[in-house]
Design a protein around this ligand. Sequence first.
Ligand code: AG3
Length: 281
Amino acid sequence: PLDGWFIERFDREGSAIGLKVHEKLHDEVTPWQHLEVYATETYGNLMVLDGCVMLTDRDNFLYHEMIAHPALFTHADPKRVVIIGGGDCGTLREVLRHPGVEKVTQIDIDEAVTRAAERFFPQLTESNHDPRAELLFADGVQWVDDCPEGSVDVLIIDSTDPVGPAEGLFQQDFLARCQRLLREGGVMVQQSESPLYHSGSIIRDLRTAMTQAGFDSVATLVFPQPTYPSGWWSVTLAGKHCPADRFREAAARDRAFATEYYSEAQHFAALTLPPFMTRLL
Ligand code: AG3
């Protein structure tokens, strides 16, 4: 039992987010990172990797719906989906809600994250037995390299921050390989950090790298995420021979399932960037 606060500090910004916790449920040094799970007072369970909040029970629907649904609805008919990272399986669960999806392969380097999710976030992993889901524990960069060109409809990068293990996932050579892996009309989406803190750095650089990697359309979407740095987060989409207009037409498509945050109106709202961001991008 604990009587304290979990605090993730963002030293560069002189800010932090804190959650009141009452128990540490898990503490493991995996071959890749330090994995902790806490029971919080008001946000349910909390997963932390190397001191950074990955998800809580209470607010993960925001991130997981917004990394999955805008990209899947942008694609005209997504059948083959690949997720790099995403070991907690929250993104996978959202992808599997799309009835037209025939196969989803998830490649996370760290099996311990998935095992911890099964124990402490069972509602995220309950769709893992879906016959369309394939879970691999391997290096995603290597996997993308070995994957046949033009074989994927939607590629999702659900990574940690672009420092340490995930750094390579934000670089142009990796993004160029992602572009080759996609079929014509394919879409990739990558988590792209805080609009407030990273518009003039990580988000701008990622968009530039995507364009240089051969994608012909790029769009950033923003949404609230109370437990990540600044409380506000983004994903960036890139299309392969998919006109930028598709990002806007996409939301009008019918949904065959219920969502908590994603909706047609939220899709449009998330694409509407505030002027300060447009200036920095
Ligand atoms: N992906 C992590 C986003 C980065 C959070 N950064 C931070 N807390 N400093 C989340 C994985 C959820 N599937």
